[in-house]
Each structure stands twice: as structure tokens, then as C-alpha cells.
Design a protein around this ligand. Structure first.
Ligand SMILES: NC(=O)c1ccc[n+]([C@@H]2O[C@H](COP(=O)([O-])OP(=O)(O)OC[C@H]3O[C@@H](n4cnc5c(N)ncnc54)[C@H](OP(=O)(O)O)[C@@H]3O)[C@@H](O)[C@H]2O)c1
Length: 408
């Protein structure tokens, strides 16, 4: 399959591109960039995490960077990886004529992972998550009409389940327009799913809904830090206004990416929607904060659920701080957007994905220590290296050789 991946420069998109290439698949990566050199540099930044050893305290080893650069350059030169510049909000994804032709002629699968996760901006969420889902749906329809579509994976989120409390949610019960939503991100991702199913209900479409994606069971390093920072700050608090036995549905990114690729490449997935979630194996708040406190060398926090209301209001007030108190304001804003997902005690049944892929997610209390050590050692940033020269210099053929790719 030749798969168009949107959001290829993002956290999950990078995982998907790397895994599809590693499985011998062809990838066309949609990248926002002013020119091809910038597009390559941005894709390198997304793939570096996967192709180089986890950064240690010292400088990165040149040989490791060169090997990773040679891997990426090799895929580009062989036409197994092509970069097209575009923007999911625009008609035809903003592709130029050559890229449009290439996509029409080569693409047989689509993974749509581009989105804004800016929960505080309804403007951005409407703009990217709704306009983007519509334009991708139009492209998927066009590929189907050309007889070329084998699979479309629409990446959604468990946040579409809306306001709930204390439930285990199955895939078919998640989308419920009688419920209100936590934030503009959840609302727009919910309508994007609805739009996808209404417009493409007759096509081979799979919707995947990851829960909170945090860390990787196979490595310590990450390039996504917001949620990790929120958890470290919570574990450092002497008192937490949460129910200690409330469950937190958290999954590592390697599980999400592997399961997503399995479903994308499966000849006939049994369902149209899958929760990529921890489900009934989700840890409790106490398990998570105990594990973190152990690792951070702290006394585990005490829980005071009666303070949940005032705690939520305090976090919302902190999020509005500006000027010299802006750093506190930023932490408040971070906790404010995640607050509903910390307090709702809702988990997402994952029986479908486990049965179909044979994969189960590692439990967060077992993986968080390595993640948090990495985050703290690197100041909650990933020490990116510039793209090796081979990545920028690699020739890129105009189109990959035609293969027997059309959908049957
Ligand atoms: N991370 C999680 O915990 C989580 C959980 C559940 C579901 N999800 C879903 O997983 C998907 C990927 O999330 P992520 O965590 O990987 O997010 P991310 O790291 O923020 O990546 C978002 C990607 O979307 C791209 N994008 C944004 N606006 C675009 C536009 N107008 N045109 C083209 N590309 C655009 C970004 O490109 P730039 O690099 O150019 O900005 C980036 O590549 C999303 O659909 C999200 O809803 C994520």
C-alpha cells in the first residue's frame, strides 16, 4: 500500500511514518513547509526520535545521526518515501499540480493524523479539525472513485465521548450527540468522526480513538511533554483534589502506533471503530502518583476529593495569570485543559483492538519512571540535532515506480 499520512511531522504521525516504512510500506507524507528543504528538516525532526538511540547527558554520537540520516535519505532516494507540501484546511489539501497528480496516481491508503490539540481555541479547532476532516474525506472519496482506495484510517480521540463520569465506554456508545463536550477539541473531533462516517460510510474506513498517549514502553525518550509535565507537577503537590481510586486511561505511543498500523494494513478489520486505550486495565490515580513519587523521591501526595470543585476553579483562575506570573499561568492553563480528563474516571473498552491485533498496552505505572527521568534530565525538551546532510541532499524521484496497487 502507498499511504498518504497527514500530521506526519507530529508526535503520532512520526510514529506512523516510521513504522509503515519499517514494515516495507510506501509513504507519502503531507508536511506544512515553505520549501522542500524545510519539509525534509521537519520530517527529520519527527523521525529522529525513532531512528537514533535515546539521547543521554552528553552530545549525540555523530555515527548515530549519520546512520539515521542514511536511512531516511535511502527511503527518499528509492521513492519509498515522498514528501508533499500542503495544508489540510485547503481544497485538495493545498497540493500543487505535481503533488496532486502524484497522490492521485500512487496513494491507496490514507492515515489522517493531522489535527490541532489546542483545546482552548474553538477557532483553531474548527479551522483544522473540521475543515481538515472534510478535505481529507473529499480526497479519500476521489481515490475510491479512481478504484484506488484500500483503507482510510481516521485518527480520532476518546475525548469524543463527551461529558461522562465513572463509566467504561464501548466503541459503539462513544459518539452521543445528546451529550455536551468538554472543550472545542473534543467537539470538533466528534463532528469530524460523524462527518467521516456520513460521507464515507460505504468505504473501507477505520476510525481509531487513542486515549491519553503518554510515553513509550520501549524507550524513555519522547517529543511530547505537556501531559508529562502536568503529571510531574501533580505528583509534586502535597495534596491532590482527586478521587484516589479514579482510573486514568493512559496508553504508550508504541502501542497506539503499532495497533493503528496493524488495522491500517489488515485485509479486513472486523469493526469500523477501535479504542486504542487501556480500558479495564487502566491504573488508578493513586497507582500513578505513587509510581511517580517513588521515582521522583517524594512522599506520595494525599488525596482530598472534597477539594475537587475549588481545585478546578483555582486552576482555571491560575490559567488567566499574565505578566511576571505568566509561568504559573502556563502551568495553570496546562492543568486546566487536562482537568476534565483527570477527574472523569472514564475508561474505554479495548477488547476489540486486543482481540484483533493481539496487542495489549503496557501499564503506565510500569513505564512512567523511565519517561520522567528522561523529561527531567532534558528539561522537558527533546535535544534535536539538525538534519544530516544526506537527508537534505538525497535525490527524490518524481514518482515511485507503478506497482499492482489498485484496490480490488
Ligand atoms: N497525543 C495524544 O495524547 C492523542 C490522544 C488521542 C488522540 N490523538 C489524536 O492523534 C492525532 C495526532 O496527534 P499528535 O499528538 O500527534 O498531535 P501533534 O504532535 O500536535 O501533531 C499534529 C500534526 O498535525 C499537523 N497539522 C496541524 N494543522 C495542520 C494543517 N492545517 N495542515 C496540515 N497539517 C497540520 C501538525 O503539523 P505541524 O507540524 O506543521 O504543526 C502535526 O504534524 C490527532 O488527530 C489527535 O487528535 C492524540
Amino acid at each position: 500500500m502507498t499511504t498518504l499520512v497527514t500530521g506526519a511531522t507530529g508526535y503520532l504521525g512520526g510514529y506512523v511514518v516510521e513504522r509503515l516504512l519499517a514494515r516495507g510500506e510506501r509513504v507519502v507524507a503531507l508536511v506544512r513547509a515553505r520549501d522542500d528543504a524545510e519539509a525534509r528538516a521537519r520530517l527529520w525532526a519527527a523521525l529522529e526520535l525513532h531512528r537514533t538511540p535515546d539521547p543521554g547527558p552528553g552530545p549525540r554520537a555523530p555515527a548515530d545521526l549519520e546512520a539515521a540520516g542514511a536511512w531516511l535519505a535511502g527511503h527518499l532516494a528509492a521513492g519509498r518515501l515522498a514528501l508533499v507540501r500542503g495544508d489540510v484546511r485547503l481544497p485538495d489539501l493545498g497540493l500543487d499540480a505535481a503533488a496532486r497528480e502524484r497522490v492521485a496516481a500512487e496513494v491507496t491508503g490514507v492515515v489522517h493524523a493531522a489535527a490541532t490539540l489546542n483545546r482552548r481555541s474553538s477557532r483553531a479547532c474548527m479551522d483544522v479539525n473540521l475543515r481538515g476532516a472534510l478535505e481529507v474525506a473529499r480526497l479519500v472519496r476521489a481515490q475510491a472513485e479512481r478504484g484506488r482506495l484500500r483503507r482510510y484510517v481516521h485518527v480520532s480521540t476518546v475525548a469524543v465521548a463527551g461529558r461522562r463520569q465513572g463509566e467504561v465506554v464501548g466503541e459503539d456508545a462513544a459518539l452521543d450527540f445528546a451529550r455536551s463536550d468538554w472543550d472545542p477539541y473534543a467537539a470538533t473531533k466528534k463532528f469530524a468522526e460523524h462527518l467521516t462516517e456520513r460521507l464515507l460510510g460505504d468505504l473501507p474506513v477505520v476510525t481509531v480513538r487513542p486515549s491519553i498517549v503518554l510515553g513509550d514502553a520501549t524507550r524513555a525518550a519522547t517529543t511530547q511533554f505537556d501531559m508529562a509535565l502536568a503529571f510531574v507537577r501533580l505528583a509534586q503537590s502535597p495534596v491532590l483534589p482527586f478521587v484516589p481510586e479514579a482510573r486514568l486511561d493512559i496508553v504508550p505511543a508504541d502501542f497506539v502506533a503499532d495497533a493503528l498500523c496493524d488495522l491500517h494494513l489488515a485485509p479486513a478489520p472486523r469493526h469500523r471503530a477501535y479504542h486504542l486505550a487501556a480500558g479495564r486495565t487502566s491504573p488508578t490515580f493513586r497507582e500513578v502518583t505513587d509510581a511517580l513519587a517513588r521515582d521522583l523521591g517524594l512522599r506520595p501526595p494525599r488525596f482530598a476529593p472534597a477539594l475537587a470543585g475549588p481545585g478546578g476553579r483555582a486552576v482555571a483562575a491560575l490559567s488567566r495569570l499574565r505578566g511576571p506570573l505568566a509561568p504559573v499561568g502556563r502551568l495553570g492553563a496546562l492543568l486546566d485543559v487536562f482537568w476534565p480528563y483527570l477527574t472523569w474516571d472514564v475508561v474505554f473498552d479495548h477488547a476489540r483492538v486486543v482481540a484483533e491485533t493481539g496487542r495489549t498496552p503496557a501499564r503506565f505505572p510500569d513505564t512512567c519512571a523511565a519517561l520522567f527521568r528522561f523529561c527531567r534530565a532534558h528539561g522537558f525538551t527533546y535535544p534535536h540535532a539538525p538534519p544530516p546532510a544526506a537527508v537534505l541532499a538525497a535525490p527524490a524521484p518524481d514518482a515511485s515506480p507503478p506497482g499492482p496497487e489498485a484496490a480490488s
